[in-house]
Ligand binder design. Structure first.
Ligand code: ZN
Length: 311
């Protein structure tokens, strides 16, 4: 079994409008935009990153906003809900804040004893805030959200599958252990993890497969400390029969990707070098950063494709 994985590193989703996406995560949820760059494989599209002050692994929600993209259709084989951690007692304040800002899908629930407020992102994205006592991660304080309420980072992800058993086996191999199980949902966590270390697997037999579009999670990335550990994980997954990509340089982390048995694209990303690699912490996310292979495209990208984002 692997011991290198700490929990989530980032979650990457699709959106239909960069400005709206930016406003929701910075002004409504109070996260910090920690990087404004482009999709390395399609540089005419932004890649926006939101998280805590430095974009700590386990706090980073990222988006590819394809202008005018059609909404996805929820179903099996995807991350259905991305769950953020907030302090105990914070949910009534959030309910009021989100309702005031016309956020859709507000619903209170208790899951395995944990109070949650479900809500939707601008493209119908499935999110929840969960009250987690004693989450010691430092919050980013902005957008009128104070320390008693601010998001600490991810709590984890809720994955819907038509059969969760093979993915459960994979996650156990990846350092997750069972915490609870009820009503077709198994809850797994990493002992001594990074706080963003919860995965819920829900089996919905006979569910139709999700169709990916705006509001859908594109992939979920797991965190390892460094490149050496990433190579150990890569070898172990390949030895187990998974088809894993070579290590890819994403400028702010190194990434490997593979398809999990239930259909969700998994990534394993390094905590090094981090988002302050090419700009100082005080100015993270402000300027458009281009990877070196696309630097020569700056003029055309800024003039023709990337609509400026107003902060
Ligand atoms: Zn990724």
């Amino acid at each position: 079994m692997l011991k290198q994985i700490n929990g989530l590193h980032h979650v990457t989703s699709l959106a239909s409008a960069a400005q709206e996406n930016n406003d929701f995560f910075t002004r409504v949820l109070g996260l910090r935009r920690v990087k404004k760059t482009v999709n390395f494989d399609a540089p005419e599209v932004y890649h926006l990153y939101y998280g805590d002050e430095t974009g700590s692994p386990g706090s980073v929600m990222t988006y590819f906003p394809f202008p005018g993209a059609k909404r996805g259709r929820p179903g099996a084989g995807e991350v259905g809900t991305t769950i953020f951690s907030v302090p105990e007692g914070a949910l009534p304040w959030w309910r009021e804040r989100l309702a005031t800002r016309q956020v859709s899908g507000l619903k209170d629930d208790v899951v395995f004893g944990e109070s949650r407020l479900y809500f939707e992102g601008p493209d119908g994205d499935g999110f929840a805030l969960a009250e987690v006592p004693g989450d010691a991660r430092a919050p980013w304080l902005a957008g009128g959200v104070d320390a008693d309420h601010a998001i600490r980072g991810f709590r984890g992800a809720h994955i819907r599958l038509s059969d969760g058993s093979a993915t459960e086996e994979l996650l156990r191999f990846m350092n997750y252990e069972e915490r609870e199980r009820a009503d077709g949902i198994v809850r797994l966590g990493v002992a001594g993890g990074n706080g963003a270390d919860l995965i819920e697997l829900e089996t919905i037999r006979g569910a139709s497969h999700a169709w990916q579009g705006a509001g859908s999670v594109h992939h979920v990335a797991f965190s390892v400390d460094d490149r050496a550990r990433q190579l150990e994980v890569r070898k172990a997954l390949a030895d187990t029969g998974y088809s894993v990509t070579p290590v890819i340089d994403r400028d702010y982390f190194w990434a490997i990707y593979f398809r999990s048995p239930g259909g969700v694209l998994f990534e394993v990303a390094t905590n090094e070098p981090g988002f302050d690699r090419d700009e100082d912490t005080a100015h993270l996310g402000q300027a458009l950063r281009l990877p070196s292979q696309h630097a020569h495209l700056r003029e055309v990208l800024e003039e023709k494709y990337l609509e400026p984002i107003r902060d």
